[in-house]
Design a protein around this ligand. Structure first.
Ligand SMILES: [Zn+2]
Length: 287
């Protein structure tokens, strides 16, 4: 999801806040649903005879969510159980026939593991699940030690804050107005959000017609380190491309040379002069 917030300053007004749903970030999940229905019939004896003939139906629902936090398997299973008990009473009879139907719907979401994540789990920026609360401010270099130096300087110059908030419902959010990057946890999503930051600082080169042409030409070639999420929009594509660039530059260059060139071009535009220019342009609307 990409929420655009417009501010009042030229040029190429942009402060975007975007939200990544966990299911959409690394990959499109594979969804498998299995439904199992069990029926049990029994006869119950009442102490007193039934006064009329009627059917009573009771339904109980329980939802059991089991989230496997093992990042290697990246599966999530949701079990939804519905028990329907139907009791049939017959006037003048003490016998009640009871039918219990248990319907279990098991939905398994299997996330295709992205190569980059596998690779990443070996280093110190591995996928570490952090405590859910409270939000903690992190030093950018502790979480993104591979970020390009000029981009890092821009991050500091703008007074950007990096927050990890385990209770956030998005894996990553980039908010230029608030000058914040909010992550749900420590993972390579930081480079995706920094990708948005990169193109913001570079002067929105991801919105130029030439970048759009590259997007159209190469978006379907993303297989190695990119995710299905990158086809959402051109700006998501290039944010994700920066993540790929950081994690496996050689793979990106080999797979999508023009995309790699757009990223490199954006990086080359992040000069100290450009950083000051953007800062002067936007600081009036920063919170
Ligand atoms: Zn994004």
């Amino acid at each position: 999801m990409l929420l655009m917030r417009l501010c009042i300053v030229v040029p190429e007004v942009s402060a975007d806040s975007e939200t990544l749903r966990p299911a959409a970030v690394w990959s499109i999940p594979e969804k498998r649903i299995s439904v199992r229905t069990r029926t049990k019939k029994s006869v119950k004896t009442l102490k007193k005879k039934a006064e009329k003939t009627y059917t009573k139906k009771k339904e109980t629902k329980s939802k059991d969510t089991n989230i496997e936090t093992e990042e290697e398997t990246k599966t999530k299973t949701v079990i939804d159980t519905t028990v329907t008990t139907t009791s049939k009473y017959k006037k003048g009879s003490r016998k009640v026939s009871v039918s219990t139907v248990t319907r279990t719907v098991t939905t398994t979401y299997k996330y295709m593991t992205v190569n980059a994540l596998k690779e990443l789990s070996a280093d110190r920026t591995a996928l570490t699940l952090l405590p859910a609360a409270p939000p903690v401010v992190y030093n950018i270099t502790d979480l993104a030690d591979r970020v390009d130096a000029n981009l890092l300087r821009a991050f500091d110059e703008f007074g950007m804050t990096l927050i990890i908030d385990g209770s956030a419902d998005a894996l990553g959010t980039f908010r230029m107005e608030e000058r914040q990057i909010i992550l749900k946890r420590q993972d390579s999503c930081i480079y995706h959000e920094l990708g948005h930051f990169l193109f913001f600082v570079a002067g929105r080169t991801d919105r130029l017609p030439a970048a759009n042409a590259v997007y159209l030409a190469e978006k379907d070639l993303a297989t190695s380190v990119s995710s299905g999420y990158s086809n959402v929009s051109v700006s998501e594509y290039f944010a994700e491309a920066y993540r790929c660039y950081v994690l496996d530059r050689a793979a990106l260059l080999n797979e999508r040379p023009q995309t790699c060139a757009v990223v490199q071009d954006a990086l080359s535009k992040v000069t100290d002069a450009q950083v000051l220019r953007i800062k002067n342009t936007y600081s009036a609307v920063w919170k």
